[in-house]
Design a binder for this molecule. Structure first.
Ligand SMILES: Cc1cc2nc3c(=O)[nH]c(=O)nc-3n(C[C@H](O)[C@H](O)[C@H](O)COP(=O)(O)OP(=O)(O)OC[C@H]3O[C@@H](n4cnc5c(N)ncnc54)[C@H](O)[C@@H]3O)c2cc1C
Length: 266
């Protein structure tokens, strides 16, 4: 996936754009009701004709603007958008590919995305628990081995596994993710082990992102991979909010990316 953003960057640079990596925008500068530039974390400021934010709408409108830059009603509307993430990412460094249980084609399994969600009832139960602040007892796991396609991602003979795990609510009813995360990785591995019995023997290291980590590391409020929920009320002309489209109530300040129509997804 990194190649996509690299290609976008090259394309933009050949058209004269300048890209600053690792530069957090601290705030959008608004003068006389119009967005005129940005101030970076390191104190640098840049001025422009328009400002376009690809950060999630809550960060863009509540985090990057001065509190008085947005009309009260618009602020309330942004605050009320539903954006609580329910997914987690678990990465494994492996000594080799695991064996799959009898009857599973090893070549096909290791070169595919394996979705562990054996029935609609399984998925329904997994989701239902998350509504009450509990991560799924048996999660819906999407497992793949990127090194099967790109051997440069690990030393010779070694592999990585990437698991997309649902449903893991941002707000836990009991405890918090910093304490719960490693225990929950065990639940994920128990689930995978039913299909790949020796997975644990192959693990050299694990690394997981809870919804809180997605918020902290990537900067998405609520850790929602689509920035805000993709529900009917937040889709089509209602996304991000009725009447907004890519514009905002602040003149010269625009939104793009997953918070806007048509929503998230690569
Ligand atoms: C674990 C996971 C699994 C996914 N799986 C899939 C999948 O299988 N298929 C699929 O199609 N989609 C998938 N997605 C969704 C997809 O990645 C997103 O929808 C997509 O990345 C959204 O792109 P975007 O550019 O709109 O926003 P983002 O990728 O969220 O980009 C927003 C950027 O803004 C930056 N930012 C935030 N605040 C600031 C600031 N103050 N200053 C500077 N920069 C800032 C962030 O760091 C981030 O780089 C997945 C996402 C996750 C997290």
């Amino acid at each position: 996936m990194g190649m996509v953003t690299r290609a976008l960057r090259r394309s933009a640079e050949t058209r004269g754009a300048q890209v600053f990596l690792g530069s957090r925008v601290k705030r959008v500068i608004v003068k006389g009701g119009k967005a005129v530039g940005v101030e970076l974390d390191d104190g640098r400021t840049m001025y422009s004709r328009v400002v376009v934010s690809n950060a999630d709408i809550k960060t863009s409108m509540l985090g990057l603007l001065d509190p008085d830059a947005l009309p009260t009603q618009a602020k309330k509307s942004v605050e009320s958008l539903k954006n609580m993430g329910v997914s987690m990412k678990v990465h494994l460094a492996l000594d080799g590919l695991p064996r799959f249980r009898e009857g599973v084609d090893m070549g096909l399994a290791s070169s595919s995305i394996i979705h562990i969600g054996p029935s609609l009832e399984y998925l329904e139960r997994a989701y239902d628990e998350s509504k009450y602040g509990k991560p799924s007892t048996r999660p819906f796991v999407s497992l793949e081995f990127p090194t099967v396609y790109d051997a440069t991602l690990a030393p010779p003979g070694k592999h990585i596994a990437s698991m997309f795990v649902q449903y893991t609510p941002y707000r836990l009813r009991e405890g918090d993710w910093d304490d719960a995360k490693s225990k929950y990785v065990d639940v994920v591995l128990d689930t995978v082990q039913e299909y790949a019995p020796n997975i644990r023997d192959k693990i050299v290291n694990t690394h997981a992102y809870s919804p809180k980590d997605l918020e902290r590391v990537i900067g998405i409020r609520g850790g929602n991979i689509h920035h805000i929920d993709v529900t009917l009320a937040q889709s089509f002309g209602n996304r991000p909010l009725p009447g907004w489209g890519y514009t905002t109530p602040v003149d010269g300040y625009y939104l793009c990316g997953a918070s806007t129509y048509p929503g998230g997804g690569v």
